[in-house]
Design a protein around this ligand. Structure first.
Ligand code: AKG
Length: 383
C-alpha cells in the first residue's frame, strides 16, 4: 500500500528470506540489494520467513521462566513486559541475533554507511567502506517485548510513543551524516493491527535535520507481519509500539546493533559475563563486544584483548602475572613468576596448601582464586 506524507510517496516493502535462500546465491544477492534499497527509500522494511516458526517457539520456551517472573509496566510501559539478556538465556536467540541476511544489511548500513553516500570517515580520510576502512559495529540491545491485552491503551499507556532510537547518546548527531544504529523487531507471534503491531512513519529517516520533528506530525501505518518475520529500521526512523486491543499477547523481540565506539544500551558484557561468554562461539563473543573494535578500545588489565584475558578459563584479574606476558629477570622487577625450579616448587606447594585450606573452611571463592593462581603459576614455566 502506497502512503503519501511530507517525505514523499512511500511503501512498506516485504521480501521473503526463505525463498531467496532456496534459490541460491544470485537470488540472495538480489535479496540483499532489494532490502537495502527499500530501507534506503522508506526507512523500514519487512523480511518475511526470516526464521522458521519453530525457532520462535524454542526461543519463547527458553525465555518463558524469565518472562513469567517479570512484572508488567516496568519502565512506564503499561501492560508490557520487557525481558533482556537474550544471548546468555536463549540459544535460539542466537539464530536471530546472527541472522546472515540481517548482519549483511547491518554491515552495509553501519559498517559501510551506504545510506550516507559511503561516508566512512576515519583518521582524516573519507571514502567507501572497503576492507579495513569500515566502522566496527556490535550488538546493542536484546529484548523480548511482550505487550499484554490492554497494553498501550489509555488505561495502560506506553510512555514510549513515537520516537527515534538515536536520541540516547548525548551528542547531537543530526548533522553528522551517519547511521549510528539499526533496529530489528522480530515477530515471535503474528503482529496485527489489533494486537499492537509497531507503528512506523515511512520516510522519516530522511527528516531534515535528521532528528527533526516533522516526522512526528505525519500519519503512521502499522507493520503487521506473520510470526518469524523481522521489521528492520534505522536509528533515525520514527516508530512506536501500538495498542493491544485483543485478548492475546503480542510477542516481539527487539535486536539492535550500533557502532562499536558508542556505549551499548544493554551492556552485553555484564548481561553475558565472561564465565558464560567463554562457552559461546567466537563470532558471537565478538558480536556482543568481547573484542577490541578499534585501536586500544576495550583492553583489559595489562593491555590485553578480552580474548587473551577474561575469556580465558583461568583468568583472574586479582592474580599477579595473569597476563602471561614473558618476564625478563634482567630488566623486570621482582616477579610473581619464579626464577628457579626450587622456587617454582615452593610456590606450587604454598598455593596448593592455601587452596586446600580455603576448601576446608568452605570459602569456595577464595579456593577458586588460588586455583587460578596455580594455573598462572603452571603457565609461568614458559617464562
Ligand atoms: O514494541 C514495539 O512495537 C516497538 C518498541 C519500541 O519502539 C521500543 O522499545 O523502542
Amino acid at each position: 500500500m502506497e502512503v503519501s506524507n511530507a517525505f514523499g510517496s512511500h511503501e512498506l516493502k516485504r521480501f521473503n528470506y526463505a525463498d531467496a535462500l532456496t534459490k541460491g546465491p544470485t537470488q540472495e544477492n538480489e535479496f540483499d540489494a532489494n532490502v537495502l534499497s527499500a530501507i534506503d527509500r522508506h526507512g523500514f522494511v519487512v523480511i518475511e520467513d526470516a526464521v522458521p516458526e519453530s525457532t520462535c517457539e524454542q526461543l519463547l520456551g527458553e525465555m518463558r521462566p524469565y518472562i513469567d517472573a517479570t512484572p508488567h509496566g516496568l519502565h512506564g510501559l503499561g501492560g508490557t513486559r520487557r525481558v533482556g539478556a537474550l544471548v546468555a538465556r536463549s540459544a535460539a536467540s542466537h539464530q536471530m541475533i546472527s541472522h546472515p541476511g540481517i548482519l549483511r544489511l547491518v554491515e552495509s548500513i553501519l559498517g559501510e554507511q551506504q545510506l550516507n553516500g559511503d561516508a566512512v570517515k576515519i583518521g582524516g580520510k573519507e571514502g567507501k567502506g572497503r576492507k579495513d576502512f569500515r566502522y566496527p559495529w556490535q550488538l546493542h540491545l536484546t529484548q523480548v517485548i511482550d505487550v499484554g491485552p490492554g497494553g498501550g491503551t489509555k488505561e495502560m499507556p506506553h510512555s514510549l510513543r513515537l520516537h527515534r532510537a538515536n536520541g540516547m547518546w548525548l551528542h547531537d548527531f543530526q548533522q553528522a551524516g551517519l547511521d549510528l544504529q539499526m533496529e530489528v523487531m522480530w515477530a515471535l507471534s503474528d503482529f496485527t493491527e489489533a494486537n499492537g503491531a509497531t507503528h512506523v512513519v515511512l520516510g522519516s529517516h530522511r527528516d531534515e535535520p535528521r532528528g527533526g520533528d516533522q516526522g512526528y506530525r505525519q500519519p503512521t501505518i502499522q507493520a503487521d507481519m506473520p510470526r518469524g518475520s523481522a521489521l528492520v529500521w534505522t536509528g533515525w526512523s520514527i516508530h512506536g509500539a501500538g495498542a493491544n486491543t485483543t485478548t492475546e499477547r503480542r510477542l516481539g523481540m527487539n535486536i539492535n546493533y550500533a557502532l562499536a565506539f558508542l556505549a551499548q544500551e544493554e551492556n552485553q558484557l555484564l548481561a553475558c559475563p565472561p564465565h558464560l561468554a567463554r562457552k559461546l562461539p567466537k563470532d558471537m563473543q565478538r558480536l556482543i563486544g568481547y573484542r577490541q573494535p578499534a585501536g586500544a578500545l576495550n583492553y583489559v588489565a595489562e593491555c590485553q584483548s578480552p580474548a587473551d584475558s577474561v575469556l580465558r578459563d583461568d583468568f583472574d584479574v586479582l592474580v599477579p602475572g595473569a597476563h602471561g606476558h614473558p618476564m625478563n629477570s634482567a630488566t623486570d622487577g621482582p616477579t610473581y613468576a619464579p626464577v628457579s625450579r626450587d622456587e617454582f616448587d615452593a610456590k606450587l606447594a604454598d598455593l596448593t596448601a592455601k587452596k586446600m585450606r580455603a576448601i576446608e573452611i568452605d570459602d569456595l571463592e577464595l579456593a577458586l582464586h588460588y586455583k587460578h593462581a596455580l594455573s598462572v603459576l603452571k603457565r609461568s614455566e614458559r617464562i
